[in-house]
Design a protein around this ligand. Structure first.
Ligand code: SAM
Length: 410
């Protein structure tokens, strides 16, 4: 029996939600839909009344692929929705900051992607998982990825043919570097001498800059350096990199605006130096990061560059050992860019320390709002928030925010 409902909001994953609740994937607020209700899920959905915000998806793979969630909505709608998610998270803590205009990365700009790759009877197939499924959708005309990542699909398939069984899927992370693709693979067969030789031949045949297999470097024709300001850094295989160059530039511009006037800056959760190294053109930097390999890469990048102020790179678990008030006292600005869990322990110390300026970059509006509330309760002003959408057409939301200590405002 068919049920008809009116969608009144979107959930955090981009699904339409009607009273009940009834969940209807890829349906927009205001749309009237009918379908077969299975528990709380509506299936075999037919749109009775479409929204004015509904658009034709730009990608021909959208229907089958789970890589994008909101390609059926206009850019304006998605921008408004993502800003609204951040405002709602902050509003639940009583915070209503100024929102700067969203910056959305263009199509075909993702410079790093992890493909699922599986051997088949005839060869192999690489792509993204279908929605809530382990079925792989092939994506030769994906509108998210840079052309050079799409050009790596045959390579990813060859790696699966040579190095995986038909039972397990490989996860092949392709990262664009100036020297070519930086490729990191997990889920493959255990390495032995012959496999290592075969994989090295594949890397050479496809002109790969670096190939790593389960964390071990198999082949490197050229160091796959990333450029941060004037510095070049060779990250450890599979290391974090901001998803698009455009998103990184927007975040960096905001971080420099907030922190750039300080003579001493602490960059916490620093990665390989995305912010630390450009900031070192402006002031002395302490870069703290939990992953020792990334700290080493950052340090080497600084040592090999010229014209930068001093950078001290420290490996430290900031969840367990946050910088304490006496360590924070010498910094005019702190940059925070934690993982999704946020930075509760570090924020508790910042609350006691009163650093003049804080730039907080976040990939999770919920933990950001919790941490923002703790800072505001300690006397900081939340000056503004800007959503930086590096994951266009997805339900993922990122942002950068400016905090000022009361003394710095005067
Ligand atoms: C969102 S990334 C940001 C990296 C860097 N700021 C950038 O823009 O490239 C978060 C970083 O936090 C690091 N991290 C995760 N948990 C940590 C912890 N407990 N202590 C210190 N760093 C941690 C990760 O290794 C990762 O490099």
């Amino acid at each position: 029996m068919n049920t008809e409902v009116t969608i009144n909001r979107l959930g955090y994953q981009g699904d339409g939600i009607a009273d009940g609740p009834v969940f209807a994937p890829r349906i927009l607020p205001g749309e009237v839909v009918s379908g077969v209700l299975d528990g709380t899920q509506l299936h075999d959905i037919r749109i009775v009344t479409p929204s004015d915000d509904r658009v034709a998806p730009v990608c021909r793979h959208y229907k089958a692929c789970g890589g994008c969630q909101v390609q059926h909505a206009s850019d304006g709608f998605v921008a408004h929705w993502k800003q609204g998610l951040v405002q709602k998270a902050l509003g639940s803590h009583g915070l209503e900051p100024d929102m700067r205009p969203i910056v959305t990365s263009p199509a075909n700009s993702r410079r790093r992607a992890t493909l699922a790759v599986r051997r088949t009877k005839k060869g192999a197939m690489a792509g993204f998982h279908a929605r809530a499924s382990d079925v792989i959708t092939q994506i030769p005309e994906c509108q998210l990825l840079r052309p050079s990542i799409l050009a790596g699909i045959p390579l990813a398939e060859e790696l699966a043919i040579q190095g995986s069984s038909r039972k397990a899927a490989l996860a092949v992370t392709l990262t664009c570097a100036r020297a070519g693709l930086d490729v990191s693979v997990t889920g493959g067969k255990a390495l032995d001498g012959p496999l290592q030789q075969t994989l090295a031949q594949v890397a050479q045949a496809y002109g790969v800059a670096r190939l790593s297999w389960q964390g071990e470097v198999i082949a490197m024709s050229a160091p796959p350096a990333q450029v941060f300001g004037v510095a070049q850094v060779v990250p450890p295989s599979g290391a974090f990199l901001q998803a698009t160059q455009e998103g990184e530039s927007a975040l960096l511009a905001a971080v420099c605006e907030i922190a750039g006037e300080a003579s001493h800056i602490a960059d916490l959760f620093a990665g390989c130096g995305t912010f630390s190294l450009p900031l070192a053109g402006l002031g002395e930097v302490l870069a703290v990061e939990g992953d020792a390999g990334m700290v080493e890469a950052l340090d080497q990048g600084w040592r090999k560059s010229t014209g930068l102020k001093h950078v001290t790179a420290e490996a430290r678990d900031l969840f367990r050992r946050p910088l304490l008030p006496d360590e924070l006292a010498r910094f005019g600005a702190v940059v925070l860019d934690p993982p999704r869990a946020g930075a509760a322990a570090q924020v508790a110390e910042l609350a006691k320390a009163q650093v003049a300026r804080i730039a907080y970059v976040s990939c999770n509006p919920i933990t950001f709002a919790r941490d923002a509330k703790a800072l505001v309760d300690a006397g900081y002003a939340l000056d503004w928030v800007q959503v930086v959408d590096q994951f266009r057409w997805s339900a993922h939301t990122e942002l950068v925010a400016s905090f000022t200590a009361p003394a710095a405002k005067k």
